[in-house]
Write a protein that binds this ligand. Sequence first.
Ligand code: NDP
Length: 453
Amino acid sequence: MSDYIKDIIAEVKAKNPAEPEFHQAVQEVVESLVLVLDRHPEYRSAKILERILVPERVIIFRVPWVDEQGEVQVNRGYRIQMNSAIGPYKGGLRFHPSVTIGILKFLAFEQVFKNSLTTLPMGGGKGGSDFDPHGKTDLDTMRFCQAFMSELFRHVGPDTDVPAGDIGVGGREIGYLFGQYRKLKNEFTGVFTGKGLNWGGSLIRPEATGYGAVYFASEMLATRGKSIEGKLCLVSGSGNVAQYTVEKINQMGGKVVTLSDSKGYIYDEEGIDEKKLAFVMELKNVKRGRISEYTQKYSRAVYTPVDPKLDYNPLWNHKADCAFPSATQNEINGKDAQNLLRNGVYVVAEGANMPTSLDGVKLFLDTKILYGPGKAANAGGVATSGLEMSQNSMRLPWPREEVDNRLHQIMKRIHKTCVDVAERFGTPGNYVNGANIGGFLKVADAMIDQGVI
Ligand code: NDP
């Protein structure tokens, strides 16, 4: 690693203390960018790297609200507006007790490169709150969302910053947030994506991240003359991304044997077919229950609760061909990566953001498996959000097939960009370099064109 890059990483750590996830995301990206900076001294002299690592704006705010018991609650709200060189800030909101500014900075940073890769005009941002929607009534959730939006509304807008969902923010939360924005601004615009179909949402947006990850995996497999058909797959999580990943794998003839939530995971040797998936969707999206309940309905499946004493996740320790981590960051550590490889996994397509630790990524790259990093493999969600924005601007909804077809084409293009760029920079088959460099070039050139601002 060059001294320049070492200094950059040291400075990021010094200026952003106690933000390990942000440091991790930066390290992975700048290590790829060494290859670009050697060939393009103009980026270095324009201090593109130094600028791209600092958010254009960070907003932190108090969210006070009164719960159903009449008690005052206080949460923190955040929006990181990372980079708008190629379009309005775009990226989801996460509601989870683990949310910190460092986690949101890592997500916003990743989003800049991901959004650029989609080929659509979207900058990068991310936001959220330490509010925990688990077990909350609709009324408490609505009150929180209204209080959150009472501050956020002044910082977002269809041409400024367009949030969407992420962990803990699904259709219910987006409805309450959008409703409050509409009331405060007295305007009906495409300020949010992931909206309900009756009020400006796009068909296929709920499915997009999961479907996109599977399309990306198929493209990777096709480079070795293979397909998803007949492949045994491990999927983690059981939320939005995981559910539609399972649906698409099933449609393409693969078999999924695992799902999880933050309390544990299920292993169903017979496969999670369409009927079982419908049960999971009802359980998670309507009843808001735990994945352990799956085994009450399907008794041949095995439930394993999380064991905090283990230094690995047993979900990744089953025989399989493909893995689709779709829960959260750093859910695959170095030991998990070893277990996956030992069990025959040779395709990893990341539905979640940064689910693999740096030592895990290194193992996947060293062993030259088909490893699709999140900023490429899960870009279908934000790409379809971009398509929702286009439909809102035109005030014209597109049919399901049209959106799905566009999503599929975008995932093919992202895959091709990764392959071509990795090859051009002398690391064929390295999708990490392909995605990082491919996403960087467009943003860096736009920043140079627009001057030092
Ligand atoms: P959901 O809230 O719908 O589902 C999240 C799932 O992950 C739940 O099963 C949840 O379990 C589990 N989970 C969350 N935190 C943890 C944790 N700390 N440990 C173990 N399991 C956990 O979120 P999404 O499906 O939307 O998001 C999943 C991932 O995909 C995230 O990394 C997100 O950033 C990424 N992503 C999402 C996109 C989207 O369009 N939604 C787009 C691109 C990426 P539990 O219910 O117990 O909390």
